[in-house]
Design a protein around this ligand. Sequence first.
Ligand SMILES: Nc1nc2c(ncn2[C@@H]2O[C@H](COP(=O)(O)O[C@H]3[C@@H](O)[C@H](n4cnc5c(=O)[nH]c(N)nc54)O[C@@H]3COP(=O)(O)O)[C@@H](O)[C@H]2O)c(=O)[nH]1
Length: 820
Amino acid sequence: MLFNQTPKAANKILLVDDEETNLLLLREALNDLGEIKTAKSGSEAIEIVQEAAPDIIVMDIDMPGMNGIQACKHIKQLPNTEYTAIVFVTSYDESEVEASALLAGGADFIHKPIDFGTCRLRVNNQLKLQEYAKSITSTRDDLDSLIKHLPVFISYWSTDWKNQFSNDHHGKWFGFSTEEIIGRSLEALFPPHIVSQIHQTLNEPESPLYTFESTYKTPANETVHVSISLSKSMQKEEHIGYLITLADITTLKKAEAQLYDEKERLRVTLNSIGDAVIAVDTEGLITFINPIAERLTGWHTKDAIGHPIEEVMKIAIEGVGDAPTNPIRLALQEERIVGMALNSKLQNRIGEEFHVEDSAAPIRDKNGVITGAIIVFHDVSEAIAMSIKMSHLANHDQLTDLPNRILLHDRLTYACKLAHYSNKQVATFLIDIDHFKYINDTLGHAIGDELIRQLAYRIQTMIPESCTLARIGGDEFLLLMPNISNVEEVDEMAHNITQAMHHPFEIVGQRLNVSASLGISIYPDDAATQDDLMRHSDVAMYRAKHEGRNRYCFFSDELEKQVLQRHSLQIKLREAINNNEIQVFYQPKVELSSGKLIGFEALARLQDEDGNFISPCEFIPLAEETGQITALGLQVLEKACAQAALWHQTSCDASISVNVSVGQFGENDFVETVLSTLEKTGLPPEQLELEVTESALMSDNDKSYSILSELCKRGIKVSIDDFGTGYSSLSYLKKFRVDILKIDQSFVKDMLLDASDLDIVKTIISLANSMKLHTIAEGIETPEQRDALLSLGCQIGQGYYFSRPMPADQLEDYFQSHQP
Ligand SMILES: Nc1nc2c(ncn2[C@@H]2O[C@H](COP(=O)(O)O[C@H]3[C@@H](O)[C@H](n4cnc5c(=O)[nH]c(N)nc54)O[C@@H]3COP(=O)(O)O)[C@@H](O)[C@H]2O)c(=O)[nH]1
């Protein structure tokens, strides 16, 4: 009844009377109150009751056989008849009869003669009473069931704390069933700490709620958290007992603890992560701000909470005027994760700006409904500054801060593309400081670096902004001049740069005079690709160097051809050196007075694939430039010494002179190499003469001095080649141990035609005589030259007049006719 209102069935009314007439009249009177059944005797009534279970029986007491009272007693013994109301019809009014009828289970009386109106009322009243009784029973049953199944322990206690009632039928809470608990004391059930908490709580005078939480161990030995509620039971202001309820809140407690842990973990995480975090509600008002966000925005939590996100987190995008919509606002509006725009800047409370980066996301509850949003961001100012710096470093030269090759490549590509579409030209100037190595070696790297810096600055400040000056090597710069309409602009620029170099550079108190050589190549006339353009500038620069430096030179096809030839010669030379294919020719040296053979000069020869000889004037300088001169020189020395040693044994006693280049002479093991060659070939040292140029001797005076002394000590002679063309200084002649001065053929050639050449020859001979040195004149082609030299006091000569340089095997005849 408490929960289920079942529809009421029609009342079942059983009429019992041995008089047919009475039955008819009663049926007539009660017809509309229910479904009527009739019986004519007590025994018939009992049968019908068993089958039909009537709600009410209206039964005559005075019936033959089993009277009404007996039948009533019988019926009340039957199952399911506790609610069946029996109303007796009687003509008796003695109280004994009524008492025995009520004792038998009767509910009411109708006296004969029957007043059918009263009869209807009485029957109806009984039906209603019965309905109430049923309803109360049903409600009580429902309550019983409810209390029994509640997950709460309910107990009722007398004022002296004896249990009166509990709902724990199975002893789940304390190990005692409802029946076992009844009469037990508080202490018999609850552990002492709960008992004292109960008393303590009840003793609190004005406690509004007698509720507290505690723990205890269940019969299954599980510790459970309970919420204990107490209430005093009062009846008409009289305290009659206590109601104690226990609710198991263990799960709640665990959930609470978990929630706390989770919240704490989240709080510590958010407060300690390196990112700034701000949370807002659905209105975009701040609900949380972590310490990093406080630091970045300049807003303290207490000030920021409740403020709109835009007020606390002011965002601007670099290069964009209007403030963008805050990503957290977008995340709320669009219900999605929103990344922050590139180049976002955060302006803090005092106007400072930081580059920030990251994203915002909506927060949803368990039903997916948005409850707010969160934005996580961090300061990337340093990272951006670092990446700008890195990018600058990657694209610029550290010493000068000029663009490097990488950036130049980009700009050159762009300039060439632009030139292509606009029908213009691009010029590249390769600028190389003349003799920079010398400056670096003699004045030190610090001065060399400063010179490069100042030179870069000087050029940089004189070129238009559209040009790019890049440093592409130690002392090499490349100037990119885009958008050229005519070559005069290029010429003028090259002229200006060359001129600008003429002003001395002031470096740590020293004035340095330097020059530069420039090679210029123009796109698209000289080259179609960047690589070719730069290579052609290099070719042109090389030409400028070759032509005497301190000048500029434009690239041309002829230059390109020369470069290619030079390249192929370089390969050929390397192969010849590696394959021991350098040949040696020998040119006799004769005593001018007698024509007697006194020695040979060994001269290197290189043949091309067609058998033609390549001039040493071409390959010797190349060997020097490319560092191959030492290997070449050694090959010539070894072959010449071996040949001379052979002649010494077989044909003649003539000495052999071998040319020594600057690079070779500067080698640290030069003397050892010469000595070991002599030893290897068996040539006596006094048979060897080394021809050294003045420049070789002058490059390092002290070193030259010790080398020459060492050679002299071993008996090896030294001649100064091409004397008169270089320094020709008396001081070094005095200092160095040399034996012979070799008059350069350029003076000999014109000495009979040009008085100044004759004077030089005379001077050299008299200088040699005064210093007790021998002289040898080279390039004698006529008897007149020979005679003139002889008359001037020159003892030895060499030239086509006597013999051209020849291979060793062709000199046999010469020996026959010129034997000493
Ligand atoms: N470091 C080395 N230098 C070498 C070596 N072999 C040669 N050289 C140097 O190469 C230059 C050119 O040499 P080459 O073409 O061999 O010319 C020599 C003679 O052939 C030439 N000569 C000799 N007599 C005459 C003559 O009457 N007329 C004339 N026009 N030329 C003549 O002179 C060159 C010899 O010069 P020099 O050495 O100064 O005596 C040359 O500078 C060689 O030195 C080598 O192995 N290593």
